[in-house]
Design a protein around this ligand. Sequence first.
Ligand code: CMP
Length: 140
Amino acid sequence: MAIERTFSILKPDATERNITGAINALIEKAGLRIVAQKRIRMTREQAETFYAVHKERPFFGELVDFMISGPVVVQVLEGEGAIAKYRDVMGATDPSKAADGTIRKAHAKSIGENSVHGSDAAETAKIEIAQFFSGNEIVG
Ligand code: CMP
């Protein structure tokens, strides 16, 4: 399988509980390499742009408010089949449906405060990475 890059966010519920290291340990245990990482506070504009695809959903306002409610850690993860692999490691969006051993099963609080985001496809990963990182910030 090809080496890919995917985009990850450790969300405000994770930074608030000081569990970013615990989540990173699960990421690395799965064979994914963190090739870029920074802790930021998203602006409302950044969050609205990032989640624009969900603009018409009833939870959009709540989602944006949550993502700007505290610091987040944005990351680029690299590895074989990284996009699908990270989605497996994260587990289902709704933590009550997430499999044992996944990040969301272990740490997520609810469908909204679900600790992590990961890109859903190669094209999305490219766009999401470019929104937060310039090329020289990614060191593989
Ligand atoms: P994420 O992978 O970041 O992409 C979109 C996010 O919307 C998703 O994770 C959830 O955190 C959030 N989301 C999805 N469904 C709901 C919902 N019903 N209520 C609140 N937030 C939701």
